[in-house]
Design a protein around this ligand. Structure first.
Ligand code: ZN
Length: 261
């Protein structure tokens, strides 16, 4: 981004939207990260003000989520496959143990087939089924940190102010198999009325990312449900007062990022 445009962006958005509204913005952070989009074509307008620490906080998490979200549907072109291999290499070089954690053992694949009533095709080796183990600690942590930033960004976008450091974000997430099995509560669909569909120029990005949201009138809370390709969905409740989650827990609870001043 040209210097002047960046200065304009930072003067329009003087405060980092990720760490409780107490630090000045220093950089422009693309959320969701460009690495999640084909050929790094991310949606227009999805730039957010960040301090340096917040901008740097999620790089590796974004890479891992990008691998997970690219798995289904499978890439079509040689360029898709090349991008995917580059992401795998990035994860392998930067997040020790992540790729091993994602792999299911033959027994785990057998169990997954049974659990989801998928008939075993005798012409396919077990290891060829495109299952990923999504509940390991490295993947869970990466998805949560990724979601934490995503919901702080979306909340800023829809309320025009950073969530304060008294606020909280409750995160739940779903894999494609859970989505197909109807795990996302149906009453959410009635509640979340506003569908945000994204573009870059004339290019529709809905096949890669879209979300639904609801915001209360006084902006005291928001609910966001974001889909990444057909692989994962992230659900976030954002409230100005984290204490309100104590009476109705809605997932794993996070605050805005907290840095030493
Ligand atoms: Zn920050």
């Amino acid at each position: 981004m040209a210097k002047r445009t960046r200065a304009e962006f930072l003067s329009r958005h003087p405060v980092c939207c990720f760490c409780g509204g107490i630090r000045a913005s220093e950089e422009e952070d693309h959320i969701p990260a460009r690495t999640l989009f084909k050929a790094r074509q991310w949606p227009e307008g999805f730039s957010f003000p960040a301090c340096r620490d917040c901008n740097a906080a999620s790089r590796h998490d974004e890479l891992l989520v990008s691998v997970i979200s690219s798995v289904y549907p499978d890439g079509v072109t040689e360029e898709d496959h090349r991008e995917f291999r580059a992401k795998l290499l990035g994860v392998s070089n930067n997040i020790p143990g992540a790729l091993q954690e994602l792999q299911m053992s033959p027994n785990e694949i057998r169990r997954a087939l049974r659990k989801h009533n998928i008939p075993r095709d005798p012409t396919i080796f077990l290891q060829e089924y495109p299952f990923l183990k999504m509940d390991g600690p490295i993947v869970t942590c990466a998805v949560h940190q990724f979601a934490r930033k995503l919901f702080l960004a979306l909340h800023y976008r829809h309320t025009n102010r950073p969530l304060s450091n008294l606020g909280g974000i409750a995160i739940t997430w779903f894999t494609n198999i859970q989505i197909q099995n109807g795990v996302i509560p149906v009453d959410l669909a009635k509640f979340l009325r506003r569908h945000v569909s994204l573009k870059r120029g004339n290019m529709e990005l809905d096949d890669q990312f879209y979300y639904w949201y609801y915001g209360s009138e006084a902006n005291s809370f928001g609910v966001y449900l974001a889909f990444f390709r057909e692989s994962i969905a992230l659900l976030g409740y954002v409230k100005n007062d984290i204490e309100e989650f104590r009476s109705f827990p809605k997932g794993d609870l996070y605050t805005p990022f907290q840095w030493k001043l």
